[in-house]
Design a protein around this ligand. Structure first.
Ligand SMILES: Nc1nc2c(c(=O)[nH]1)N[C@H]1C(S)=C(S)[C@@H](COP(=O)(O)OP(=O)(O)OC[C@H]3O[C@@H](n4cnc5c(N)ncnc54)[C@H](O)[C@@H]3O)O[C@H]1N2
Ligand code: MOO
Length: 413
């Protein structure tokens, strides 16, 4: 069976990212993370009118440094339409957020004036433009305010709304299904006294689901199937016809009860398997192929191996699919905090561990246990690191990717 290098596996995936169907999205709906497929321009000036930044008095250019009393001729509140203007010798009371009247050179905050009946007197000179935000100061109508590839979350939506944008364009949300295979899997609530002999509790779909959900992918189904070729093929076909992304786990290796390859091959259309084994450890047995609705992966049964396959290749692939232009495996570099010695193998090793900031340096500390049978460390794992070769000394620089903490990592690709 052909083994491909890690970089070749990514190159093949990159060439097969499905085309997205772009849909208009309403800026007033709460949003899962989305990525823009087109630049967005401001529909109105931001702010839409010149406004006061303080509670105070709008005054004319002729009165910025005078100490003569200024007659207060009007009062404008936030939300009011303007009906007065400011002329020399006059002031208009304004509130924070109110439009400033025509003729305004500055707003003097109310702490800086003495009120004398229906007039005010400046307690200090004011500079031109003080406490006034001009119309279009932040962005002008027609300016590009968010570029294609930009993350849209509540923060971006706030800007789009403020700039009068009602809709933006991003890929249609993806739906995914997970099919966990293995007759040994116990999928219900924990039984008293542990699982039946020879059985294990299903684990992998928990992190697949949560990470995909964080990316805004809808989880349409999570199913389990025993090691039975017909059952797995039937479930895989049914799910692949329904969702954009199908992830099979287990049975990815070469045993006579390993059916992932047959199940993926049986999917309706005749798209090729892009690869079925990678020079990667853990995580060598991994399958990938386009489907008529999208894409399917077969991940290793070992949860730790599946975790590595998922975060190295599936997550950046899905992010590309969602429109994150820069998404790629191991987008960051970190300094290794510990020596790593491994058996010499031809594989690209992927280490699980913890990223943390030490002063201004990102440090990666590998977990003690790196075997594909070790799962317990994932409780504190928040990153993976790439290791080519079998020895790395403390202080070496390694390519890394976050596996948790989506808010920082989304901005970093
Ligand atoms: N003769 C060979 N045997 C194996 C090879 C090989 O090259 N030749 N490759 C090994 C490698 S490397 C890996 S990784 C595993 C992957 O095998 P499968 O994808 O076929 O996985 P399974 O056999 O189905 O399961 C492996 C292991 O993981 C447990 N498991 C499965 N699914 C789950 C789940 N959802 N939650 C928790 N645990 C799960 C399962 O009980 C097994 O213990 O193959 C090697 N074998
Ligand atoms: O590829 Mo396997 O995950 O090394 O055990």
């Amino acid at each position: 069976m052909e083994l491909v290098t890690f970089d070749e596996a990514w190159a093949r995936l990159e060439r097969h990212v499905p085309a997205t169907i772009n849909i208009p999205t309403d800026v007033w709906n709460p949003v899962e993370p989305r990525w823009l497929t087109r630049d967005v321009s401001a529909a109105v000036d931001l702010p839409p009118f010149s406004r006061s930044m303080m509670d105070g008095y709008a005054i004319h250019a002729a009165d910025l440094r005078g100490d003569a009393p200024l007659r207060v001729v009007g009062d404008v509140r936030a939300g009011d339409a303007l009906s007065v203007s400011v002329t020399p010798g006059q002031a208009v009371r304004v509130r924070t957020g109110a439009p400033v009247p025509p003729g305004t050179a500055a707003v003097v905050r109310e702490e800086w004036v003495a009120v004398e009946g229906d007039a005010i007197r400046l307690l200090r000179p004011v500079i031109s433009g003080e406490s006034v935000q001009p119309q279009g100061d932040d962005a002008r109508r027609g300016d590009v305010i968010a570029r294609a590839g930009q993350l849209v979350d509540g923060q971006t939506q706030a800007v789009l709304r403020a700039a009068g944008v009602h809709q933006y364009t991003c890929p249609r949300p993806l739906a995914a299904a997970v099919l966990a295979t293995g007759s040994e899997l116990v999928t219900g609530p924990h039984a008293e006294g542990g699982p039946p002999p020879g059985h294990v509790y299903a684990a992998t779909d928990a992190f697949l689901q949560s990470t995909l959900s964080h990316l805004g992918v809808e989880i349409a189904a999570v199913e389990h199937a025993p090691d039975d070729l017909d059952a797995i093929v039937a479930a895989a076909k049914r799910l692949a016809a329904k969702v954009d992304l199908l992830i099979l786990t287990g049975g990815a290796s070469v045993g006579d009860a390993d059916y992932a390859r047959a199940a993926l091959a049986a999917l309706d259309d005749d798209a090729p398997l892009l690869f079925e084994r990678i020079w990667m450890r853990p995580g060598a047995p991994m399958l990938a192929r386009p489907t008529s609705k999208g894409f399917a992966f077969g991940l290793s049964g070992n949860p730790a191996a599946a975790y590595v396959q998922f975060h190295t290749l599936v997550v950046p692939f899905v992010m590309r699919w969602l429109g994150v232009r820069g998404a790629r495996p191991f987008p960051l570099m970190a300094v290794l905090d510990g020596d790593v010695h491994m058996k010499p193998v031809k594989h690209t090793r992927v280490l699980r561990g913890r990223l943390r900031l030490q002063r201004a340096t990102l440090m990666f500390q590998p977990e003690d246990k790196q075997s594909s049978g070790s799962l317990a460390g994932l409780v504190s794992t928040n990153a993976i690191a790439r290791m080519d070769g079998h020895h790395l000394a403390r202080g070496a620089t390694v390519p890394v990717a976050w596996t948790r903490g989506w808010v920082p990592s989304l901005g970093l690709v």
